[in-house]
Design a protein. Sequence first.
Length: 335
Amino acid sequence: MSEKLTILIAAGASGAVVALAEPATIRLLRRVSAMDTPNSRSSHTVPTPRGGGAPIAAGLVIAALLIRGPAAIAFAIAVAAFSVIGFADDLSGLSVRRRLALQCAASLAAGAALVSHLSLPLAGRAAAAVVIALWVAAFVNVFNFMDGVNGISAAHAVIGGAVFGCLGVWRRDVFLAAGGAAVAAGALAFLPWNAIRARVFLGDAGSYGLGAALAVLAAWAVIRGIPVEAALGPVALYLADTGWTLQRRIRSGERWLEAHRTHVYQQWCDAGCSHLRVAASTSAGTLLLCMLGAASLTGQTAIRVAADVVAIAVLAAYLRSPALLRRTTARLERA
């Protein structure tokens, strides 16, 4: 198949699976009582089915089988394994220890598959597989932590998939182009079910699957020589929010493994921002970071450094935004 045809078929298959399977998936989730009941940490108020991201994972695995090649195999392994782990957690819950053990096994398998064809000594491939495994496991959990309001993670997956797809076209890498297009198409097909008024949540099945997909695409982009800034643009905001929140909770002596709602985007919700506004604003931030990351593709050092500085400033402003919101609210209340 030609490169363009492969991209179109992979994207079409991924989107079609989600569009056709989502209604039946929602009915099934209701039947088995896989419901997300609101609590004090929730951003929703009505019991909603969780696990609706399973069709996205299925569509991505099918797309990977159509793309073929070592990278596509690693992609399929990561998405399938993490989605199964997540779906099991959606249905019956897994202990933290068991969940982490399964995640480590899945990420090691994906890392080994991704580096299997590289021209490196055995020790070098083993080290690379471990590094990639740590990255995949870490980002899957980051993506899961950030999936807390309607549409936010599906929208970010659309952006991330589209950006990786464009990077693949630029680099003339069929897997990166087709894999990115498949992620974007699957997430886009899911958005109508989750944005504005959510009829179903991604659940861990969806957030784990999409997180694994984006992590593998980012790792492959770096392996293929794409500058780190361009590869991390689609995931930078999620990484910054989670990393900042984690260090703050550790420094304040909180039990950082316990569930909470102190991420930056959650504080926006608590300040009165709607789910739609939060999802749209964070997506706009990610788009901006992707464009700044793309400056690294120019080969011009001065442009690259300037874009990096602006990107750091954008992330700093995002992380400081809850404090600014609180000050603005307090000023309005005094007025």
